[in-house]
Design a protein around this ligand. Structure first.
Ligand code: PFF
Length: 454
């Protein structure tokens, strides 16, 4: 096997990590959740979760990956961890693969919508029915159909194979260096357009109107879950990516930069969505998840001049966010296969991604023709999402914190945060306290509250 791969530049490694963090969580989970749970009040709680807990846990994953210099399992093993501990890495690999099975399908939908916007087929609607029911019908075809979503999913898998097979620097880093500026540029243009609409101020007030009475303990735990999902924590992604960080990378600074940019994108999405829907009187429509993105926003675009342009730009944004996230999730298993079984990268890519043609097909069809097949009252798609993100993600995060905070030699975290004594002043002491006590306690509460609610 050759030398361990590395990112070639600081910008490249930040772009790749931001590419992983910025995904559908920022677009269809954050804005609606913030608006429904107290607007600016929720934002304060969310920002606290990101910086007081998300950043320290991110630094821990970075420290583990860079010190272990291997995949999510190998990093633990290289640090001398015994069995239950490298099992945490194995759980992360399993969870990321489970997520990959359905995230590929969702990324496929974004490609379908991008294509339908470009060709204007999306706006070819039955004018006798209401706009909402027309777009809902289209969504049913695009998401629940048995042929189109599959083709789009397969295209996503092929893009992943092409990028990942080329390698870390020439594949992941180069793609992120191109796509992240595109993403920010499109975001800026769309924010400008949305803010120039008639009722922009009203929309912003609707998004951010602070209501502290809505902040209950369960909203705080929700915000914490959303922060971890959005920052790609607890999936082995950051352990894997940081194994490609050079020794000179400042881990705390990188974690703060990535978290700030992820937050910025989530906020900009809110700034795009709420002025637009308020200006067109759609604030009472369903603003959750797929309906927001695939029904309500197309209604908005349809009422705007230059429908095709804005719709294409928006779905381009969504596709970029989704594809760069799928690549980071897939890299966890690609690195695992190539490091553990000492195979070439190309073989590891094929071993990881070829079975997804079958698994993603099952996930996609479980929303359409196979929707009758349910386990614990969930279709396969929702089951994978629930088990991976609600259960395994917090378990892995707790495992990483407890291992680095209590079990691993103390100098590992210290050395990595201080860049082997060269970083000058650093918040190592504070991070250690958070990952030893506060993070495991609060993440356990998220897990317990999930089980109590079920
Ligand atoms: N952070 C990305 C998002 O918010 O969509 C991608 C992602 C990573 C999703 C890890 C889910 C996950 F568990």
């Amino acid at each position: 096997m050759g030398k361990k791969a590395q990112f070639g530049s600081k910008i490249g490694l930040v772009a790749a990590t931001v590419g992983s963090a910025v995904g559908l969580g920022n677009v269809w989970r954050f804005p609606a959740e913030a608006q429904a749970n107290g607007g600016a009040a929720f934002l304060v709680v969310y920002i606290a979760c990101v910086f007081l807990l998300g950043v320290p846990v991110m630094v821990s994953e970075f420290a583990l990956g860079r010190a272990g210099r291997s995949d999510a399992v190998g990093a633990f093993k290289n640090l001398g961890a015994s069995k239950p501990w490298w099992g945490v890495g194995a759980l992360a690999v399993c969870a990321s693969y489970m997520i990959l099975c359905f995230y590929m399908v969702v990324a496929g939908w974004t490609i379908e919508y991008l294509w339908a916007s470009l060709t204007r087929a999306l706006y070819d609607i039955d004018t006798s029915a209401s706009m909402e029911s027309s777009f809902a019908g289209k969504m049913q075809d695009m998401i629940g159909g048995s042929y189109r979503p599959l083709v789009a999913t397969y295209i996503t898998i092929l893009i992943n194979i092409c990028v990942l097979a080329v390698g870390v620097q020439k594949g992941i880093e180069r793609l992120s260096n191109i796509l992240m500026p595109v993403l920010f540029l499109v975001l800026l243009v769309m924010c400008g357009v949305s803010m120039s609409l008639d009722k922009a101020a009203e929309g912003l007030a609707y998004f951010l109107n602070p209501d502290f009475s809505k902040i209950t303990p369960s909203v705080v735990l929700n915000a914490l879950g959303q922060a971890f999902f959005s920052l790609s924590l607890g999936m082995g992604i950051l352990i894997t990516y940081s194994s490609y960080f050079p020794n000179s990378t400042k881990l705390t600074k990188t974690a703060v930069t990535v978290s700030l940019l992820d937050l910025l994108v989530a906020m900009m999405m809110g700034i795009i969505i709420f002025p637009a829907i308020t200006s067109f009187g759609l604030q009472d429509a369903n603003l959750e998840g797929t309906t927001l993105v695939f029904v309500t926003l197309p209604e908005v675009f349809n009422m705007m001049p230059w429908t095709r342009l804005w719709s294409t730009l928006f779905f381009l944004l969504l596709t970029v966010a989704a594809i760069t996230s799928t690549i980071s999730i897939a890299e966890v298993t690609v690195a695992f296969v190539s490091d553990r079984f000492r195979t070439s990268r190309i073989k590891a890519c094929l071993i990881t991604l070829m079975p997804l043609f079958v698994f993603s097909t099952v996930c996609s069809l479980s929303l359409g023709v196979w929707s009758g097949f349910r386990i614990a009252d969930m279709n396969i798609f929702n089951l994978l999402d629930t088990v991976a993100t609600n259960i395994i993600l917090p378990v892995v995060s707790i495992g990483v914190c407890v291992y680095l905070g209590w079990v691993a030699p103390k100098n590992i975290l210290q050395d990595e945060i201080s860049n082997y004594g060269k970083a000058g002043r650093h918040p190592g002491y504070l991070i250690r306290i958070i990952i030893r006590y506060i993070a495991p306690a609060l993440i356990s509460l998220v897990l317990i509250s999930y089980f109590l609610n079920v």
